[in-house]
Write a protein that binds this ligand. Structure first.
Ligand SMILES: [Zn+2]
Ligand SMILES: [Zn+2]
Length: 352
């Protein structure tokens, strides 16, 4: 055997040996979510999908849960970061500048976030997939598991790049071994696609126990089609229930209910730009305790001080000093603060 043939033979053998060890590592690690999945204020794991239950502050790249956010809002703090106390930027340009500043300091999460902005064409940037790839690659190299996940999905599905399933799978594996829930779920889907149902169920079981509802649904479907055992489905249900219980808190539940007002457009924010002093925005909500009777909480700019305030319409004592709310987001937050105060005070709504 020539030297080259021997080397090639040795390489094949070592790859054979390496293959099961990768599989073993893959199945033995990443059963716990990373510390970054915890809210830095209450230290509880953030509910999934995290983007719907928390928000990331570009000043420090810390992800704060909606429960802590609401609690602060009710105390009248809604314009600064709860973690580092920096003022929250209220426009795209300053938000982009803050992200860029952290990218310049090699912050991998900021790189990932900037890459995402290029991918979506947001914050005033033009959509630029090659730039996205560069930023996500660098972020992944610096240790961002979310960047690994994004690269995994992108390459596996061929979204914006040439499809490369092995490369995509490799990125998903890197993130899954460090507890990234979406990547673990993705590996379940990869194995399912390959017809390896037992392996798919094993991956899904890991992500279910970290609270992934999508994985629970997949195991349920597999059970219905005879690809998973009843005992596996039962184990998944219990694991999911425990994970979800651990992430719940009364404040987070309240935030879900209140948050809907902002998301569903119950609060209307219309600034009358034609007249500099009469800025007006109103929110109206019917509460269960006051059956169908609505309460209007409005916002306006005070003539004397030029300061923006939010409060019950017709109730000058119930005002929230909002500083200047120059965008809908700040207004909504000030509104929730005023609404919470009104509700906890037990005061009746203004007569009308
Ligand atoms: Zn929290
Ligand atoms: Zn901050």
């Amino acid at each position: 055997m020539s030297n080259e043939a021997a080397a090639a033979q040795a390489a094949v053998e070592s790859a054979d040996l390496a293959a099961p060890s990768l599989h073993q590592r893959l199945m033995a690690s990443g059963h716990e979510r990373p510390e970054d999945d915890r809210c830095p204020i209450c230290f509880d794991l953030i509910e999934l999908p995290m983007g719907q239950h928390s928000k990331i502050n570009v000043c420090c790249m810390k992800r704060v849960c909606h429960g802590c956010d609401l609690e602060a809002t009710q105390r009248g703090i809604y314009d600064r970061c709860l973690f580092c106390r920096t003022h929250v930027p209220d426009n795209d340009a300053s938000m982009l500048a803050m992200i860029q500043k952290r990218v310049d300091k090699d912050d991998e999460e900021a790189m990932h976030l900037l890459g995402t902005q290029y991918y979506l064409g947001k914050l005033g940037l033009t959509k630029d997939v090659p730039r996205t790839l560069e930023l996500w690659m660098e972020a992944a190299e610096l240790g961002s598991i979310v960047a690994h996940y994004q690269l995994g999905i992108m390459h596996y599905t061929g979204d914006g790049v040439e499809q490369d399933k092995p490369r995509g799978t490799h990125h998903l594996q890197q993130a899954a071994m460090r507890g990234h829930v979406g990547s673990r779920h993705g590996l379940g889907a990869v194995e399912f696609d390959n017809g390896n149902y037992e392996l798919a169920a094993q991956h899904y079981m890991i992500s279910v126990k970290m609270g992934c509802e999508k994985s629970l649904n997949e195991i349920k479907e597999m059970f219905k089609k005879g690809h998973a055992a009843k005992a596996q489905y039962a184990e998944a249900l219990l694991g999911y229930r425990d994970a979800v219980e651990d992430m719940k808190s009364p404040k987070r539940e309240e935030a879900k209910r209140l948050g809907q007002f902002c998301q569903l457009g119950a609060i209307r924010y219309n600034v009358n730009r034609s007249s500099g002093t009469s800025r007006r925005a109103t929110g109206r909500v019917a509460t269960a305790s006051r059956k169908q009777r609505g309460v209007d909480i409005g916002g306006w700019r005070e003539r004397g001080t030029g300061e923006d305030v939010v409060g019950l319409m017709g109730d000058p004592d119930g005002l929230t000093r909002a500083g200047k709310f120059n965008d809908r987001r700040n207004f909504c937050r000030a509104w929730v603060s005023a609404f919470s105060r009104w509700r906890s005070s037990g005061a009746p709504g203004p007569s009308r």
